[in-house]
Design a protein around this ligand. Structure first.
Ligand SMILES: Nc1ncnc2c1ncn2[C@@H]1O[C@H](COP(=O)(O)OP(=O)(O)OP(=O)(O)O)[C@@H](O)[C@H]1O
Ligand SMILES: [Mg+2]
Length: 464
């Protein structure tokens, strides 16, 4: 079956139906005199990743968008630093064709105006469609320049669990609506595959997928094969691939979060999947260092560690009467070093972490989740029968602790009944937890596990 984004595009009819909204938008633009009279400046200095513009300092605000009138088409950039005489602009596309003296106009803060019809579409960091579909319908009202997370005490409580359909997660690290969870692993261990499996969870009304710094080849695979067309119909994908500018990769998570906030405010239960936050941190670092900020921790400037919580705090439960944003983000552990400053900082902000181990993947056990190292800080509020899980963890821990002894042949069956049970059952538990995207979601992981253990026990008895 050919699965393509084109199948789930919006009907062209919807565009015509929306003329009224377009009119409203035009009226809105004329109501704002900042957008009516464009103020301009001139390029004074050019570097590979930035350029400086004179004449905008008095009107520019940090984060404002500027438009550069080059020889070809207009190109956009963002103001990242404001000096007395000049502002520093980081372009969204390469600044190769910028010349000294070129005109640059301010466009005010960026406007991402999500619309319910965006589901099923793929957009770039600036909110432009990249799936070859019809033009996007946009909301008439513009968002505030910067989204503010709901006040701590005005938020709903996080206490409703949901099933992801991935057995090892539902058993050992059960999740709640509004929870923020990280998947920590080295490169190539299986983060993206697990994220895509989680993105297929049935429990959500809308899924927002932010792919940051991924390889271009992987993006289509992720959207079309792994998530599949059924889930794609309720998914908005925000994509900034590894070859796009640092500015696009830096902007993409914010765009994705704005889309998620829009659907949350309509009352949806939103799942935000972000792959990966580390590449976002790399983009933040690139831009901040380009703007002259000094590096403080392993090359990362201090602002990186204020931007990360600012973004992640926007996920979580909404105010009473709205929905929630459940966030699952992947964290790349550079060189499998779990004390990486980005991983450390992100771990502290999140409500739990799922650790993927290279050694488990090397044994061919997928998803390679280490149940002993992973925790969900809201597990008590989800649906898991706690005692059973502690028992399973104790068995696994016993099995792993004695792995070396058993390899050396020092294990004697009959001496320790607990160890005997672990040796007999843990390999079966591991087998039952194995799941690939093709297997589909599991509806009741505990019954699956029990069924598996029972059938193996029966085989065991028959063999004897
Ligand atoms: N659940 C699974 N079932 C079977 N194979 C899997 C599973 N998860 C991962 N793999 C295998 O591991 C490989 C790497 O997975 P994936 O691309 O998800 O890793 P990653 O951690 O996202 O990598 P990167 O750091 O490069 O982004 C896949 O190509 C696949 O062969
Ligand atoms: Mg990946």
């Amino acid at each position: 079956m050919s699965t393509s984004l084109a199948n789930i595009r919006n009907e062209p009819q919807a565009v015509h139906d929306n003329r009224l909204e377009a009119l409203e938008r035009i009226q809105h633009r004329f109501a704002d005199d900042r957008l009516l009279v464009r103020r301009g400046g001139q390029v004074t200095e050019i570097a590979p990743s930035h350029y400086k513009v004179g004449g905008l300092s008095s009107i520019a605000r940090l984060g404002d968008i500027v438009e550069h009138r080059g020889h070809g088409r207009n190109r956009r950039g963002e103001i990242v630093q404001i000096g007395r005489d000049e502002v520093l602009v980081a372009p969204y596309e390469s600044s190769g064709d910028v010349g000294v003296g070129d005109a640059v106009f301010t466009r005010g803060p960026i406007a991402i105006t999500p619309h319910p019809s965006w589901r099923g579409r793929a957009i770039d960091a600036l909110g432009r469609p990249i799936d070859g579909g019809t033009p996007l319908i946009r909301n008439a009202t513009q968002d505030a320049a910067e989204s503010i997370p709901p006040a701590a005490l005005a938020r709903q409580r996080v206490e409703t669990g949901f099933m992801t359909g991935v057995r090892v997660i539902d058993i050992f690290t059960p999740l709640c609506f509004g929870q923020r969870m990280g998947i920590f692993a080295g490169s190539g261990v299986g983060k993206s595959t697990l994220l895509a499996m989680l993105a297929g969870a049935d429990a959500f009304d809308t899924v927002v997928v932010a792919l940051i710094g991924e390889r271009g080849r992987e993006v289509r695979e992720f959207l079309e094969d792994t998530i599949g067309v059924a889930s794609m119909a309720k998914t908005v994908a925000v994509v900034a691939t590894s070859d796009e500018s640092a500015m696009m990769r830096r902007r993409a998570p914010d765009t994705a979060m704005r889309v998620a906030e829009h659907f949350r405010d309509r009352g949806d239960r939103v799942l935000l999947v972000l792959d990966s936050i580390t590449r976002f941190a790399h983009a933040l670092r690139e831009v901040a260092i380009g703007a002259g900020e000094p590096p403080v921790a392993r090359g990362y400037p201090a602002s990186v560690f204020t931007e990360l919580p600012k973004l992640l705090e926007r996920a979580g439960p909404g105010m009473e009467g709205t929905g929630s944003i459940t966030a699952i983000i992947s964290v790349l552990i550079d060189g499998d070093d779990h004390n990486d400053p980005v991983a450390d900082s992100v771990r502290g902000i999140l409500d739990g972490h799922i650790v993927l181990d290279r050694s488990i993947a090397e044994q061919g056990r997928y998803p390679p989740v280490n149940p002993l190292a992973s925790i969900s800080r809201l597990a008590g509020k989800a649906w898991t029968p706690d005692q059973l899980v502690s028992k399973l963890k104790a068995l696994i821990s016993r099995f792993e602790d004695t792995r070396d002894i058993r390899l050396l042949g020092a294990y004697q069956p009959g001496a320790d009944p607990d160890l005997d049970l672990a040796v007999r059952q843990v390999p079966v538990i591991y087998e039952a937890l194995g799941q690939s995207p093709a297997d589909g979601p599991s509806l009741d992981p505990f019954s699956d596990l029990a069924r598996h253990l029972k059938s193996k026990d029966r085989n065991h008895v028959q063999a004897e």
